[in-house]
Design a protein. Structure first.
Length: 151
């Protein structure tokens, strides 16, 4: 069930082409679907498709077992439209890969617009270190579901 405050996340949200955003989205009920290598790689392909479609430029991302952190430079598509398209495409791809036909993602997402002065590389390092902080690995190189343009 969607939380009562989730509509508040969307109220007043607008996005700006060329702006940098850190986006976080969770699987429905935080189910750790992406412990499965095949399903995780299926979602990674859909992340890359967003770049290929020129909806955004991915600067850094990590796909955790139950959520995604994604640092992007937004192109002409609105942020909500980008996330809707990504979640729809990845869900369909997961269904084709054999995932249960249930809602994959929570309906909402969290975003934070970054100022150009912020150290994007520090934000990227924070994203990439997520599996270490979660105790999944000791070194980022041991975790297979991440990418960063600077590393």
């Amino acid at each position: 069930m969607e939380s009562p405050s989730s509509n508040l996340l969307r109220r007043g949200r607008w996005s700006e082409p060329g702006r940098l955003y850190l986006v976080t989205t969770n699987t429905r009920n935080r189910v750790p679907l992406f412990r499965d290598l095949h399903w995780a790689r299926t979602v990674v392909l859909q992340l890359r498709k967003s770049d290929e479609d020129r909806a955004c430029r991915s600067l850094a991302w990590v796909l955790m077992p139950d959520h995604l952190h994604w640092l992007i430079e937004l192109h002409d598509l609105g942020l909500s439209d980008l996330m809707c398209a990504f979640k729809s495409r990845s869900s369909c791809a997961l269904y084709r890969a054999g995932a249960d036909r249930r809602r994959i993602w929570q309906p909402s997402f969290h975003d934070r617009a970054l100022r150009r002065e912020e150290d994007m590389r520090a934000v990227a390092r924070y994203i990439i270190a997520n599996p270490i902080r979660a105790g999944l690995v000791k070194h980022a190189g041991e975790y297979s579901h991440w990418d960063c343009v600077w590393l």
